[in-house]
Design a protein. Structure first.
Length: 149
């Protein structure tokens, strides 16, 4: 896959991404780092086709809400505002610390997760689609293949 960033509103966030962004008020300044559809599926084991059925919907909303807490920042942050030769530290709405920078090819990286698409707009919300999921180690452990209850 190319590391180039794509911008614009013409690309859908996918159903799960749209659900995530949809819980935020559209008239306030937020930036959200939304997992790509591939990241939802490979990391979080969520697919819109089967994660939204009646017996799974509550669990899906719980996971999306938790990911939103790690991924939403209560301010605007366009990719152009992130320096090439430096790093911006931010706190998500849950207090999770995020470190953002841009690689030499312009790719936005947040906590070592690279962007797939950047600077999408949903009302006042800036959305960056990421190739992974921003989450703390404890939450990540619950999605580990060798995790047991």
């Amino acid at each position: 896959m190319s590391g180039r960033r794509r911008t614009g509103e013409e690309v859908s966030l996918g159903l799960l991404g749209e659900m995530m962004v949809g819980v935020l008020p559209g008239d306030l300044a937020f930036t959200v780092f939304v997992p790509s559809e591939a990241a939802f599926e490979s990391i979080l084991k969520l697919r819109a086709t089967d994660s939204l059925v009646e017996d799974k919907i509550n669990n899906t909303y719980a996971v999306l809400s938790r990911v939103m807490g790690f991924s939403a920042v209560p301010q605007h942050l366009s990719s152009a505002a992130v320096p090439f030769n430096g790093e911006i530290s931010l706190y998500s709405v849950s207090g999770f610390r995020l470190h953002a920078w841009r690689s030499s090819d312009g790719t936005l990286l947040v906590n070592n997760v690279s962007s797939e698409r950047v600077d999408l707009r949903k009302d006042e919300i800036i959305v960056h689609v990421m190739r992974g999921v921003l989450m703390d180690a404890e939450f990540e452990q619950s999605f580990s293949p060798d995790y047991e209850d």
